[in-house]
Design a protein around this ligand. Structure first.
Ligand SMILES: Cc1ncc(COP(=O)(O)O)c(C=O)c1O
Length: 449
């Protein structure tokens, strides 16, 4: 049933859409004020890693609120910030030793860019400033983060405001930019980084940034084994920092603490993670090495940067409570196990001809839609197939996260599936059954059954 757009004073994301009003959440379900239940199959936008309405989180946050909610990072540290930093360092690959806290993903991405730049200047490499990233990527919507993001649809309006930065091809096996098959793959997509560094001039390149598994712009693109190892080698060869953007993948989402661990690679910075606050409070961090920290300490001594909610005690206490909950319930292992189950179930969707590719790692999965499975032809973007499927699923009580533009910046449709780690097999069955129904109905409407 189509309903009129909301008529209140809120400036909504889509000004022509009706948004139901949320009332409460419990476990993997959300309930609107009319009592309708929604299975949160994507944790909103890959945020609600633990599910909704957790008492443990409420209590831990209230304890911190009872002590102090806010102190400014230029004036105080806090036991919560110290403990959370220690916990994150212990979870991260060896050598990572310091955490800078923030309150949003884009803010954290830009912090990493500035930290890399200041590191280069403070150790005397004044010319190193460029950050190379990839097409078919998303690093955030603020102008600096959008400059790195490789998504034409999101950049278009703001193009005149966006600084030009170099982008390389994505590691997109289903649509290999070099037309390779798995057997003939020589990781030319990683080699593109070397070429670009050489074109740009190694002396001018500060860092390379990539999502270990691409989220919003392509729906869980998992690179081939060896890709990130080769990227690490190239970065080392040209004295370029490797920054992994784990805003979606960090804190257990792919079945490891950090997705980059799947390939045994130690980056210079990890930007993380929606799952750290898990939707209870925003808390993000840039985790970096002692080398970067020491260079800035010895150089300027100040990191010339800062945000009002950096190191916020309530945010950090929330992060600790999330990590406690994950440890107590062994949820990283659960994400790996339930993710394998989810992927098998999702493969049944191949019965629909519009399903071109099903992929994922842990509880982070994507379904890509195509007009023709043989040619991988994309749908006309004005059809908005990803929105048609996800809107219909939403009407049927399932939330998945739609996206487009993966194939070339404008074309390509997928939905991202990233439910809370506590989800059960029966609930995953329900998730796939509703998605299957929605795809069947859309296929029928398009006469593509
Ligand atoms: C990989 C990645 N980086 C950065 C961001 C930006 O985070 P935020 O929306 O909190 O600014 C996102 C958001 O989806 C993301 O997926």
């Amino acid at each position: 049933m189509k309903r009129e757009p909301n008529q209140d004073h809120v400036f909504y994301r889509n000004l022509n859409r009706f948004y139901p009003s949320i009332q409460r959440g419990a476990g993997v379900y959300l309930y609107d004020t009319e009592g309708k239940a929604y299975l949160d199959g994507s944790g909103g936008a890959v945020v609600a890693a633990l599910g909704h309405g957790l008492r443990d989180l409420e209590e831990a946050m209230l304890v911190q609120l009872g002590k102090v909610a806010f102190s400014h990072g230029s004036q105080f540290t806090s036991p919560a910030a110290v403990e959370l930093a220690e916990r994150l360092v212990n979870m991260a690959p060896t050598g990572m030793n310091r955490v800078y806290f923030l309150s949003g993903g884009s803010e954290a991405v830009e912090t990493a860019v500035k930290m890399a730049r200041q590191y280069q200047v403070d150790r005397g490499k004044h010319m190193k400033f460029k950050v190379i990233s990839r097409w078919t990527s998303y690093h955030g919507n603020t102008l600096g983060a959008l400059a790195l993001s490789g998504h034409t649809g999101r950049r278009r309006y703001y193009q005149p405001l966006i600084q030009h930065t170099p982008h390389i091809v994505p590691a997109y096996c289903y649509r290999c930019p070099f037309g390779r098959k798995q057997e003939s793959c020589d990781l030319e997509c990683a080699g593109d980084l070397e070429k670009t560094i050489l074109y740009e001039g190694p002396d001018s390149v500060s860092a390379f940034m990539a999502e270990p598994v691409v989220g919003a712009t392509a729906g869980a693109l998992v690179p081939k084994d060896g890709y990130f190892q080769k990227i690490r080698e190239i970065c080392d060869r040209y004295d370029v920092l490797l920054i992994v953007d784990e805003v979606m993948t960090g804190i257990g989402r792919t079945g490891r603490n950090f997705a980059i661990e799947h390939w045994g690679v130690a980056p210079d910075m990890i930007v993380c993670a929606k799952g750290l606050g898990a939707g209870y409070y925003p808390v993000f961090g840039v985790i970096t090495t002692e080398v970067v920290h020491a260079a800035i300490k010895k150089g300027n001594g100040n990191f010339v940067h800062g945000h009002t909610y950096s190191q916020n005690p309530l945010a950090c206490a929330t992060g600790i409570a999330v990590l406690d909950y994950i440890d107590r319930h062994d949820l990283v292992a659960r994400s790996a196990k339930m993710g394998a189950y989810l992927l098998e179930k999702l493969k049944t969707l191949y019965r629909h001809t519009i399903v071109g590719d099903v992929r994922g790692l842990g509880l982070f999965a994507g379904v890509e839609f195509v007009r023709s499975r043989e040619t991988k032809e994309t749908f006309d973007p004005t059809l908005k197939i990803n929105a048609l499927v996800s809107n219909l699923a939403f009407d049927k009580g399932l939330i998945v996260y739609p996206g487009g533009g993966g194939a070339d910046g404008m074309r390509g449709d997928h939905v991202l599936i990233a439910p809370p780690f506590i989800i059960t097999e029966a609930q995953l069955d329900q998730l796939v059954a509703i998605l299957d129904e929605a795809i069947a109905e859309i296929s029928k409407e398009l006469d593509l059954t």
